[in-house]
Design a protein around this ligand. Structure first.
Ligand code: F6R
Length: 245
């Protein structure tokens, strides 16, 4: 694993965006795996800026997102489809039909999961997967568990994740309890992975990912077995590792 520590969130985002831009320059028809949440927002802003400056072209790019809440349609402003449109897709020249997010309102969610893995296979796999990390070490919505889930699947969100997400919803009862997420197996098949984390609330998860045992109790720890992972963190998220070194 390559670890890049930045002083600030902005610096971390600029570096992550540069890595993604290099990927798209080298392979304009890349399949990008994307994440939602607060962490990648600054990265998407940087990508939009590069596009507006004429330095980046998304016309041949395909994207597949990690996850979506069950029960929320793409029109719901808390859905991950809405987030992606709003934070990236509406601002660059990517054809919307090349952007994939699992459907949270599929008639048969099990089928939706199976079809999502088939889709990724048909696209030839993910070239570069962007990941955030939960305070509990989750990636996508692969929560701490007794085993690593393979493919895209339905999952119950843990109480800590529901709490973390509740800041985006008016009422606690509105916070979705289930999600569709790529599995650990799906994520591990990406050719390159970028894991980004900022802020002290991620310090323990980053420490455990880099130095703890590889265990499904810290889902991100499996990334140590992937041959091409870059971890981008700010100093706050790196704090516990820096104290150890
Ligand atoms: C989002 C996702 C989640 C987030 C994680 C961190 O698509 O899969 O794993 O990356 O919960 O979220 P933030 O960035 O909001 O701290």
């Amino acid at each position: 694993m390559k670890v890049i520590v930045s002083k600030t969130y902005e610096e971390m985002c600029a570096k992550a965006a540069r890595i993604i831009a290099a990927q798209l320059t080298l392979k304009p028809d890349s399949v990008l795996g994307l994440a939602t949440g607060s962490t990648p927002v600054g990265i998407y802003k940087e990508l939009i800026r590069k596009y507006e400056e004429g330095r980046l072209d998304f016309s041949e790019v395909t994207t597949v997102n990690l996850d979506e809440y069950v029960g929320l349609s793409g029109e719901n402003d808390q859905s991950y489809r809405y987030f992606m449109n709003h934070n990236l897709f509406d601002h660059v020249n990517i054809p919307k039909e090349y952007t994939y997010v699992p459907s949270g309102v599929a008639e048969d969610p099990e089928d939706e999961c199976e079809n999502y893995d088939l889709l990724i296979q048909q696209l030839g796999g993910v070239d570069m997967q962007l990941l955030g990390i939960g305070g509990n070490g989750h990636i996508g919505f692969n929560e701490p568990a007794d085993s690593f889930a393979e493919g895209t699947h339905l999952t119950d969100l843990t109480e800590s994740t529901i709490q973390a997400n509740s800041r985006f919803f008016e009422k606690d009862s509105d916070v979705p309890r289930r999600a569709i997420t790529m599995g650990i197996g799906t994520i591990m098949q990406a050719r390159k992975i970028l894991l980004v984390a900022n802020g002290e609330s991620k310090a323990k998860a980053i420490y455990d990912t880099l130095y703890g045992p590889v265990t499904p109790q810290v889902p991100a720890s499996i990334l140590r077995f992937h041959p091409d992972v870059t971890v981008l963190v700010d100093e706050a998220a790196f704090k516990l590792v820096a104290e150890k070194e």
